[in-house]
Ligand binder design. Structure first.
Ligand SMILES: [Zn+2]
Length: 415
């Protein structure tokens, strides 16, 4: 056997050490490096200054200082927050079909840092395949869906009142056919003092081990919320429009006469029921939200109920919904969690909502404007805040899809 001389061996060791060192910070290999931002990644318990490197559509590295040598794009995020791409768990994006004023996702997501939307029941088992073909498959935004327990989905009027069309078996079959896209079931707008629609939807959820999101509709007299939370819903189910209600047809989570949070609410939460804002045009009211948050009852998820009507009304966009909850005392890290890691877990997509190395690179870069701003609720009541979130950049699957002020340097094309 040929002997290797000592100097030759040393050379091999040194060369290996140099290359190992280089591959550790992977200089030259990244597509995007985001420098100098304040990273908030609740799943990984990161809340501080960090750099992020993206390669081949994935998060490659999150570290205190990353070498940008050879990176195709470098983003200066100094003075900004860098978070996982936001998840809007309640939106209506079936713009080619049924739904309450649905809009095209890509037009209204990236500009506010959202990379994933969950369509909240625009379609049922009969209309979902068309929705998938015409919208989900061609959107750059990741579109997931709660399947309406009504076969026709949110077609309005008598369609949504037709209990005969609320069929468990075909809904379950449809959810099983698209297990990665359909995250659960939805019921909305049902008018009547009747638990049957809720029983059907919870049964579908139980069979598939997926959550059911309820928009309680209205009834005379209203269906009692304590029965809904403590008896009818399953742990893991979602009550959306949590700061709404209080009219003649639906109870509020707050006793509006005394301003007290209803006594069963802590038990509802303990039982595993989730509460989402689902702001919408008329489902977020300060007479409920202020006393509820004063009692420490913050939402698990901040979502929008995005549609062509709510986005031009009091809701506007997810960042303004986040501003509202922050103005009502929710701490910023919890606000970020409620649009990233919390919804990812509730919809059972744990691969989303964080910045772990190897995960798909969905990232939002947010700045904070200071000044005097008004935040309006569904009835036009207003509170004021001195800060407002603004989306500076959105990265979806490793590609910059929105850059408000051109904070990425020009793309360096490989020679
Ligand atoms: Zn909705």
């Amino acid at each position: 056997m040929k002997k290797i001389s000592l100097p030759a061996m040393l050379l091999v060791i040194i060369t290996f050490a140099v290359f190992s060192c280089k591959s550790n910070n992977n200089a030259g290999g990244y597509n995007i490096v985001i420098k100098g931002g304040h990273v908030i990644d609740p799943k990984n318990n990161i809340d501080g200054p960090m750099d992020i490197a993206v390669k081949d559509g994935k998060i490659a590295l999150v570290a205190e200082s990353i070498d940008t040598t050879g990176a195709l794009q470098v983003v200066d995020a100094t003075g900004m927050y860098v978070t996982p791409g936001l998840i809007d768990m309640h939106a209506h994006v079936n713009q080619r079909g049924a739904g309450p004023n649905p809009i095209p996702a890509d037009g209204f997501t990236f500009r506010v840092g959202v990379t994933t939307v969950v369509d909240a029941g625009c379609t049922g088992f009969r209309t979902f395949p068309e929705f998938k073909k015409q919208v989900i498959d061609i959107s750059q935004t990741r579109v997931l869906a709660f399947l309406n327990i009504v076969g026709e989905g949110l077609r309005g009027g008598p369609f949504e009142q037709n209990i005969k069309d609320m069929m468990v078996e075909p809904a379950v079959e449809c959810a099983k056919q698209y297990p990665d896209i359909i995250v659960g079931f939805k019921l909305a707008h049902f008018v009547g003092h009747d638990w049957t629609p809720i029983l059907r939807a919870t049964e579908a959820g139980r069979i598939c081990n997926k959550p059911f999101m309820v928009d309680l509709g209205s009834a005379t007299p209203p269906l009692p919320l304590d029965s809904l939370f403590l008896h009818y819903l399953n742990p893991g189910d979602i009550y959306t429009h949590c700061y709404g209600g209080g009219g003649s047809g639906r109870e509020s989570i707050v006793d509006l006469n005394t301003g007290q949070l209803r006594p069963f609410m802590p038990d509802a939460r303990k039982r595993g029921i989730y509460f989402s804002v689902g702001h919408g045009g008329g489902s977020f009211f300060y007479p409920t939200a202020i006393p509820a948050t004063k009692a420490g009852f913050y939402p698990d998820v901040i979502d929008t109920d995005l549609n062509a009507s709510s986005m031009n009304g009091a809701m506007k966009n997810i960042l303004i919904c986040m501003d509202k909850l922050q103005a009502l005392g929710m701490d910023f890290k919890s606000v970020i969690s409620s649009v990233t890691w919390n919804p990812a877990q509730i919809i059972k997509h744990p691969e989303l909502g964080h910045l772990s190395a190897g995960s798909e690179a969905d990232i939002a870069i947010l700045s904070v404007r200071t000044g005097k701003f008004g935040l309006v609720d569904g009835r036009g009541e207003k509170i004021e805040t001195d800060k407002k979130l603004e989306c500076q950049m959105t990265v979806r699957a490793g590609r910059i899809v929105y850059d408000l002020n051109g904070i990425a340097n020009p793309l360096v094309l490989p020679r």
